[in-house]
Design a protein around this ligand. Structure first.
Ligand code: ADP
Length: 501
């Protein structure tokens, strides 16, 4: 029987969230989902570490007046809590403040090297969050944890907090945004947790002799989700499972894939204040032409309306298919095209891009930095967007591209397979084609997809049709938030039957 919908109280825990801090897609999701849940009539509270140096001056915080005292091994670490609300929403955001841990230049690392005390930092965040929930008597229905940084929360809930008044029935969801980042630390880290040493076994917290925070969350959460149905299937295989495929396939009946939405208050060509000219599905040709000219100027590339402008935005990490791109780049840049890249990451890709830019003057511009306004301007000004990822849990840039009328060229994996429909005779005639995809992760297949995309781009009516198909789809959080709400309901039913049980 279908449960009656009622107002749920959800606490979303994440290590980063827009507009407070961001290194990747997790921040977009954590910043947007609470608002979308609120629009469905639920109460959504966001809890994040207070990464002090990333706070925009326009955001006003209030002290909640709590003095947290969190045991970390033999010491007690004190913390504070600040609160604010998300713009245009009543949803409260709690920022857990501990300057020694979170007042740093990076969220997780500095100059490409992880902070040596990341385990301790996020152990603190997990325990401080539960303390905040307890002291403020928030009594949520569901605690929605995200990625390894919050993986120990369901463990503490089960081991120490469920006995507390108001917390007996809290359900837990762990969402995996990228299985490759598991938060594995030396077995000695167990000593900092205060958890019973018996939990350090291969069926619970241990993974090949180490403490694995993501595994802990997968084992202890009531339900597990990831950010697309295809990735949910892929991670049950050795190729994508990063060693956890056995555990994930054992939990496959409790594993769900929900494709991320986009925050249309931030990513919307009709209202985006960062682009040269706003546009919609009726005016995209004029709007994109103005944005393209602006992007070419900003990139010091010849201002030519006719030349296909390809782009890529993202971490310079092997995951994003840079090795494939490296193999096709020279041949591609010999064509009459322009390429704009925005990203930072592995030094070897920085060097590759510098070398390519020298070799192909006037054709390639690589911005080796993190710049949100530039990301918006590229999405609006480019014609084609490259995303040849080796794996992609969901991917947001292809969604932004679809919304901004920039045709994506993607590898058919994970969320890319779930969101981009390859342009072929059948999908063109039934008006579902939204981009170009290839399957095998090799340079020939990538180049084949790029060539098909360039051919389609040269044909104005095909180009218009593919763009309009992508722009007319609803990429907002409406769908994703309803799917999460459904999942929370299932978790609540599970918890009620356990409590009755
Ligand atoms: P991932 O989370 O794996 O890094 P996603 O595609 O899911 O990849 O999300 C990446 C997010 O980070 C997008 O919002 C993208 O625009 C943004 N982003 C990545 N690199 C940069 C950069 N160098 N400058 C600005 N935004 C970036």
């Amino acid at each position: 029987m279908k449960e009656k919908t009622f107002r749920m109280k959800i606490v979303v825990l994440a290590s980063e969230a827009v507009p407070f801090s961001k290194t990747g897609g997790l921040a977009d999701v954590a910043g947007a989902l609470p608002r979308a849940l609120e629009a469905l009539g639920h109460e959504a509270i966001l809890m994040i570490p207070f990464h002090r140096r990333f706070l925009k001056p326009s955001i006003v915080l209030e002290s909640v007046g709590l003095n947290l005292r969190v045991p970390i091994g033999p010491k007690i670490v004190e913390g504070q809590v600040f609160s604010t609300t998300l713009e245009g929403s009543k949803g409260v955001v709690y920022l857990i403040d501990q300057p020694d841990y979170f007042d740093r230049d990076g969220l997780y690392q500095s100059a490409g090297v992880d902070y040596h005390d990341n385990f301790e930092r996020f152990l603190f965040f997990c325990r401080a969050s539960l303390e905040t929930i307890r002291l403020l008597e928030l009594a949520p229905d569901v605690l929605h944890c995200n990625d390894w940084q919050t993986g120990l929360t369901p463990v503490y809930l089960a081991e120490q907090y469920r006995v507390r008044a108001g917390l007996e029935r809290v359900g837990t969801l762990l969402t995996i945004h990228n299985l490759a980042y598991q938060g594995t630390f030396s077995r000695w880290a167990m000593g900092l947790t205060g958890l019973d040493a018996r939990l350090f076994n291969w069926e619970q917290l241990e993974f090949h002799g180490k403490l694995n925070c993501l595994k802990a969350g997968i084992v202890f959460a009531d339900r597990v989700s990831t950010v697309s149905p295809t990735y949910a299937k892929e991670i049950q295989t050795a190729e994508f499972g990063c060693g956890l495929e056995g555990l994930l396939s054992a939990r496959r009946d409790q594993l769900t894939g929900i494709v991320n939405g986009i925050d249309t208050t931030v990513w919307n060509p009709e209202t985006d204040p960062m682009i040269a000219l706003n546009y919609d599905i009726a005016t995209f040709e004029r709007g994109k032409a103005a944005c393209k000219a602006q992007l070419q100027r900003r990139s010091s590339l010849p201002e030519r309306p006719d030349v296909p402008l390809l782009a890529q935005i993202g971490r310079l990490d092997p995951q994003k298919g840079w090795d494939l791109l490296a193999e096709v780049a020279d041949g591609l840049l010999d064509l009459d095209i322009q390429l704009v890249i925005l990203g930072e990451g592995a030094p070897r890709y920085h060097e590759l891009l510098d070398r390519l830019a020298d070799k192909h003057p006037g054709k390639l511009r690589a911005f080796l930095e993190f710049s949100n306004p530039l990301a918006h301007q590229i999405e609006a000004g480019a014609d084609l967007f490259l995303m040849p990822s080796l794996y992609e849990p969901c991917g947001l840039n292809q969604l932004y591209s679809l919304a901004y009328g920039t045709i994506p060229i993607v590898r058919a994996t994970g969320g890319l397979a779930d969101t981009v429909v390859d342009a072929a005779p059948a999908t063109l005639s039934n008006k579902t084609a939204t981009g170009f995809s290839f399957v095998e992760p090799n340079p020939r297949a990538l180049r084949g997809a790029i060539d098909r995309a360039l051919a389609a781009f040269a044909d104005r009516s095909t180009r218009r049709e593919i763009i309009a198909n992508g722009m007319s789809r609803d990429w907002s959080w409406n769908r994703g938030a309803s799917e999460y709400a459904q999942l929370y309901q299932e978790i609540l039913s599970l918890r009620s039957s356990k409590a009755a049980g």
